[in-house]
Design a protein around this ligand. Structure first.
Ligand SMILES: Nc1ncnc2c1ncn2[C@@H]1O[C@H](COP(=O)(O)OP(=O)(O)O)[C@@H](O)[C@H]1O
Ligand SMILES: [Mg+2]
Length: 286
């Protein structure tokens, strides 16, 4: 197993009247080099789950595993882990605290003890990796950037230390459709070019589904479904019962099938839909 959990249970404020079991015996694993999604209604435990993966939250019971080993609470080991597993929080720009883009992106490499010339190379490299121009942005105040740029700076701040796993909590929340498409596209390119393993919590299935190999579905702290993307989105009724939508393109394929057209319904990309509709046209013309 590359990274995952084994019967992970997490209770917030245990032993108090406010005790809340946010995760219940969740067992899942990610394959090295894949992109996976975690979906589920608000409050289903997505953020709680991913904050365990780099040791920010501790299991109440069960365990988190990385490369076959249990993640413990030894401080030195946790530091090493956080260097290998990068977490981009929801609305990360709300936590910006530096005066310049340079300092913001340099924070983690400096903290990890990189020499200043390595810090500089990491910062420039990370900004280029997210498609931002270091020359134009390094000296700017982070709050002067557009929301799309801020989000990219936050991503660069994590990429600066070259993690092997990248975990993102609702990375496109609050972005316009252009910045959203740009960000998802960037994640796909990073995964393709560097083999980075990526786990994304998201509600934006239209764009995200096309990237992902695997989908995990949470409901009230339990992992209720998981499997290959096409398999998960072929469970329309089950997802609707869970209060979850399908990618719009999948929903359209279902409508066509309900109209009696002979099309597959396990389609979740625009390209897949185009091919399926072309096949249908081909059959009708014969
Ligand atoms: N810091 C916290 N203290 C107490 N309860 C929390 C805390 N964070 C989340 N919760 C609760 O845990 C459950 C899961 O929350 P969360 O992991 O944030 O879900 P999601 O990310 O899917 O919206 C919810 O009931 C939420 O209210
Ligand atoms: Mg959340």
């Amino acid at each position: 197993m590359f990274i995952g959990t084994e019967k992970l249970t997490h209770t917030y404020m245990p032993g108090t009247p406010f005790a809340n079991e946010a995760l219940k015996e969740v067992t899942f694993q990610l394959k090295k080099g894949e992109i996976a999604l975690v979906i589920g209604p608000s409050g289903s435990g997505k953020s709680t789950l991913i904050q365990h993966l780099n040791g920010l939250l501790k299991p109440t019971s069960g365990q988190v595993l990385f490369e076959g080993r249990t993640v413990g609470s030894d401080k030195a080991e946790l530091l090493k882990l956080r260097k290998r597993i990068g977490l981009v929080f929801q609305m990360p720009e709300e936590q910006f605290f530096s005066e310049t883009v340079y300092d913001e992106v340099a924070f983690a490499p400096r903290n990890l003890g990189f020499a200043e010339n390595e810090v500089q190379t990491s910062v420039t490299g990370a900004l280029q990796e997210v498609g931002l121009d270091p020359d134009a942005l390094l000296d700017r105040h982070p709050f002067q950037l557009s929301s799309g740029q801020k989000r990219l700076v936050a991503l660069a701040a994590v990429l600066s230390f070259k993690p092997e796993v990248l975990i993102l909590d609702e990375p496109t929340a609050g972005l316009d459709s252009f910045s959203r498409a740009n960000l998802f596209n960037l994640l796909a390119v990073l995964n393709r070019n560097t083999g980075l393993t990526i786990l994304i919590c998201t509600h934006h299935l239209d764009e995200a589904a096309a990237l992902a190999e695997t989908v995990f579905v949470l409901k009230q702290g339990r992992l209720v479904l998981n499997g290959p993307t096409s398999e998960i989105f072929s469970k329309r009724e089950q997802l609707h019962k869970l209060g979850l939508g399908l990618p719009a393109v999948t929903e359209i394929m279902y409508w066509l099938a309900e109209e009696g057209l002979d099309v597959r319904t396990d389609i979740y990309t625009l390209e897949g839909a185009r091919q399926e509709i072309n096949k249908l046209k081909g059959r009708q013309e014969k």
